[in-house]
Design a binder for this molecule. Structure first.
Ligand SMILES: Cc1cc2nc3c(=O)[nH]c(=O)nc-3n(C[C@H](O)[C@H](O)[C@H](O)COP(=O)(O)OP(=O)(O)OC[C@H]3O[C@@H](n4cnc5c(N)ncnc54)[C@H](O)[C@@H]3O)c2cc1C
Ligand code: SF4
Length: 573
C-alpha cells in the first residue's frame, strides 16, 4: 500500500485524545511545542447541539426505553463500547476479558464517572505494604505536585479528611448527600465504616471563564454542554486548539510507530478512516496515550529489525501485568424509602458519598482493599440503560400481582421509585505476569491492523475480596433495615466478581520500573529501549490499589510532559 508522507516534522506526535493525550497536548503546547494529535474517532464537542444528548427526555430515544444505539443507554455519550464496528478482539482459551473503547475526541472522558481519586503512599510502595512483586519506582511525594496542579487546573470537589492512604487535595465544595445516601451513611456508621463526601471532577464553583458551573442535572455520563464536569475534549483539547500549535487528525487510526536504522522513532503511520489511505507523520518525539491496551497494541505491532519483538519490548513484558479493578455489587431495597414524595433530587451525575477502604490494619485473606461506591439516580430523572428500573421485579419480590399497565404501572412506579440503593465495591487487583494482552496472529481489524487477544483470570485472593464485600453488603442492608435484592452470590457464583475488564480500569501493560528486565518504561514513562518514545496512559502503572485510575494517569502524564519539554530544551532527544 502507498504510504503518504508529510514533509513537516513536529516536535511531538501525541496518539489518543483522552485523559492522557489531552493533558499531554495541553502541557506541551503551553510550552510552545508544535504537536500533531492523532485520534481514531471523530471530532466531538459536548456543547455542539447536533451531538448533545444532555437534557433529552427518555421518551426521545428510538424505543423510549431499552438501549437501542448505545450499550449504557441511548443518550450515554460514548461512540463505541465493548464492541467497536470493524475492531474485534479475542480471548485466550476459556478466559474472558471485556474491553471498552470510545472512539471520539476526548475518548472515555466524555462519559467517565468523574471519580477523581489519588493513589495513596501505600499504593506506590505496594511491595512493602501488600507483598506484591514490585514497588513503583516513584513515591507519592514525586507525583503529589502534579495531583495538586491538576486539582487546580481541572477542578474536583471533596473534603479534607486526613486519611492515611486517600490523600487530600485542593477541593471545591461538595454537594450534600441525597436521602438514600443518608440511609447509607446511617447504615455504614453502625458498622464503623467511614463515609466521606465523594471526590468528583465536577465544578461546583467557577474556576475560569471557559467552563460553567454544575446545575445538578445528574447527567454527567452524557457529557456536559456547559463543560462543568471534566472531559478531555471540553476542558483540554478544544481550548488547546485555539493556540494554533496543535494539528488535530481525527478519524485517524495509528498502526505503528516508525523507526530508523538505529531503532529511534521517526514518527507514526496511521490509516485515515475516511478514505482508507495510509499516511505517515514525522516528529522528534512520539507519545502514546491511546489507553493502556491500545498503546501496548501499537508497540507490539511496531516490529522492526532493531525491535524484532515489538518496539520497546526487549523485556518481553509489553501487554503483561494487565490489571482491572475487582468489582462486585448488590442492590439493597429499603422499605422505608417506598412511596416517597416526588421532588427534584438530581444532584451531580455521580454519588455524593464514598467509602474509602477502612480496614488498613486488619489481617484479612486478601492483601488489597476496596472502596464502596453507591448509586446516585435514586429519585432523579428516570433513565434507562445501566441501573434500569423495573417495578414488576419488586411486585414479584413481595408476592404481589405481576404485570399491569396504565394506572396500575403508574402507581407501582411511584411506590417503588427511589427505594433501592446499589453498592459497588471497587478493589485493587494483584499484578500478575499471567494476565496479559498479546497480538492475535490470526485476526486483523478492518484497517488491516493485527488485533489484541486477552488472557485474564482472577486470583483466589481477589475472589476473597469480593466475598468480603458481599458480606459487608449483607451487614449494611441489615443496618439500613433493608433487604438484599436477589440471592447473595456464593462460591459457585464467584461471589459475583466482575468479568475482568468490565470495570473499565485496565492498567499495567507497559509497566514502569528502574530494572530494564522487569519493566518497560522508566520513571518518566519513556521506553527503556527507545529514547524518544513515551507512554502516558495507564500502561506504566505498577499497581493502582483500590483507586480509579484517571487522576493518576493525568498527573503522571503532566510530569512526563515537563520531562519531555526539558529533554527537548537540552537537545537530549
Ligand atoms: C463508563 C465509564 C466510567 C468510568 N468512570 C471512571 C471514574 O469514575 N474514575 C476514573 O478514574 N476512571 C473512570 N473510567 C475510566 C476512565 O475513563 C479511563 O481511565 C480514562 O479515560 C483513560 O484515559 P486514556 O487517555 O488512557 O484512554 P481513553 O480515555 O480511552 O482515550 C484514548 C483515546 O485514544 C484513541 N485511540 C485508541 N487507539 C488509537 C489508535 N490506534 N490511533 C489513534 N487513536 C487511538 C481512542 O479513540 C481514545 O479517544 C470510566 C470509564 C468508563 C467507560
Ligand atoms: S450534573 Fe452538572 S456537571 Fe454533570 S452534566 Fe449536569 S450540569 Fe454538567
Amino acid at each position: 500500500m502507498e504510504i503518504l508522507k508529510s514533509k513537516e516534522r513536529y516536535d511531538v506526535i501525541v496518539v489518543g485524545s483522552g485523559a492522557a493525550g489531552g493533558i499531554t497536548s495541553k502541557i506541551l503546547t503551553d510550552a510552545g511545542l508544535k504537536i500533531a494529535l492523532i485520534e481514531a474517532g471523530p471530532y466531538f464537542d459536548p456543547a455542539d447541539p447536533k451531538q448533545q444528548t444532555q437534557f433529552k427526555p427518555t421518551w426521545a430515544s428510538p424505543r423510549r426505553g431499552s438501549s437501542v444505539t448505545r450499550r449504557f443507554g441511548d443518550f450515554h455519550m460514548s461512540y463505541g463500547d465493548w464492541k467497536v464496528d470493524g475492531e474485534p478482539y479475542s480471548s485466550k482459551d476459556d478466559t474472558d476479558f471485556m474491553w471498552w473503547r470510545s472512539r471520539m475526541l476526548g475518548g472515555r472522558t466524555n462519559h467517565w464517572g468523574r471519580i477523581a481519586s489519588r493513589l495513596g503512599p501505600k499504593d506506590f510502595k505496594c511491595k512493602d505494604f501488600y507483598d506484591l512483586d514490585e514497588n513503583w519506582p516513584i513515591t507519592y511525594e514525586d507525583i503529589k505536585p502534579y495531583y495538586d496542579k491538576l486539582d487546580k487546573l481541572i477542578g474536583v470537589f471533596g473534603t479534607k479528611e486526613n486519611l492515611p492512604n486517600d490523600p487530600d487535595g485542593f477541593f471545591l465544595p461538595p454537594p450534600k448527600p441525597r436521602l438514600h445516601e443518608l440511609y447509607y451513611i446511617k447504615g455504614a456508621r453502625k458498622s464503623g465504616i467511614n463515609v466521606i463526601p465523594s471526590r468528583l471532577s465536577v465544578l461546583t464553583k467557577r474556576i475560569n471563564n471557559e467552563r460553567g458551573i454544575c446545575m445538578f442535572c445528574g447527567q454527567c455520563e452524557r457529557s456536559c454542554s456547559v463543560y462543568a464536569c471534566f472531559s478531555s475534549s471540553s476542558s483540554l483539547v478544544i481550548p488547546s486548539l485555539k493556540g494554533g500549535l496543535v494539528d488535530l487528525y481525527t478519524d485517524s487510526m495509528v498502526r505503528k510507530v516508525n523507526t530508523d536504522n538505529n531503532g529511534l522513532a521517526t514518527g507514526v503511520s496511521f490509516i485515515d478512516k475516511k478514505n482508507g489511505k495510509e499516511y505517515s507523520l514525522r516528529a522528534k518525539v512520539v507519545v502514546l496515550g491511546a489507553s493502556s491496551c491500545s498503546s501496548a497494541r501499537i508497540l507490539l505491532n511496531s516490529k522492526s529489525n532493531a525491535h524484532p519483538n515489538g518496539l520497546g519490548n526487549s523485556s518481553g513484558l509489553i501487554g503483561k501485568y494487565l490489571q482491572d479493578t475487582v468489582g462486585t455489587s448488590k442492590q439493597i431495597f429499603v422499605p422505608e424509602l417506598m412511596n416517597r414524595k416526588t421532588y427534584n433530587e438530581d444532584g451531580v451525575g455521580g454519588a455524593h458519598v464514598y467509602t474509602p477502604w477502612w480496614l488498613h490494619d486488619k489481617k484479612l485473606d486478601f492483601p488489597v482493599g476496596y472502596h464502596i461506591e453507591t448509586s446516585y439516580r435514586n429519585l432523579g430523572m428516570p433513565q434507562f440503560g445501566v441501573g434500569g428500573y423495573i417495578p414488576n421485579d419488586f411486585n414479584k419480590f413481595f408476592g404481589l400481582r405481576v404485570g399491569g399497565y396504565g394506572e396500575q404501572i403508574r402507581k407501582d412506579v411511584k411506590k417503588y421509585w427511589g427505594s433501592t440503593i446499589s453498592l459497588e465495591s471497587r478493589g485493587g487487583a494483584i499484578p500478575d505476569i499471567n494476565n496479559y494482552c498479546e497480538i492475535d496472529k490470526n485476526k486483523k481489524d478492518i484497517y488491516g491492523i493485527p488485533v489484541l487477544k486477552f488472557n485474564y483470570k482472577w486470583a483466589n485472593s481477589e475472589l476473597n475480596q469480593a466475598k468480603h464485600a458481599q458480606d459487608i453488603y449483607e451487614e449494611l442492608a441489615y443496618n439500613m433495615d433493608g433487604i438484599i435484592l436477589g440471592d447473595k452470590p456464593g462460591k459457585e457464583q464467584n461471589y459475583g466478581i466482575s468479568t475482568p475488564g468490565s470495570i473499565i480500569h485496565e492498567v499495567g501493560t507497559t509497566r514502569m520500573g528502574n530494572d530494564t528486565n522487569t519493566s518497560v518504561v522508566n520513571k518518566y514513562e519513556r521506553l527503556h529501549d527507545v529514547d524518544n518514545v513515551y507512554v502516558v496512559d495507564a500502561g506504566p502503572f505498577v499497581f493502582k490499589g483500590d483507586k480509579n485510575p484517571t487522576w493518576t494517569i493525568m498527573a503522571l502524564a503532566w510530569r512526563t510532559s515537563e520531562h519531555i519539554i526539558s529533554e527537548l530544551k537540552k537537545q537530549n532527544i
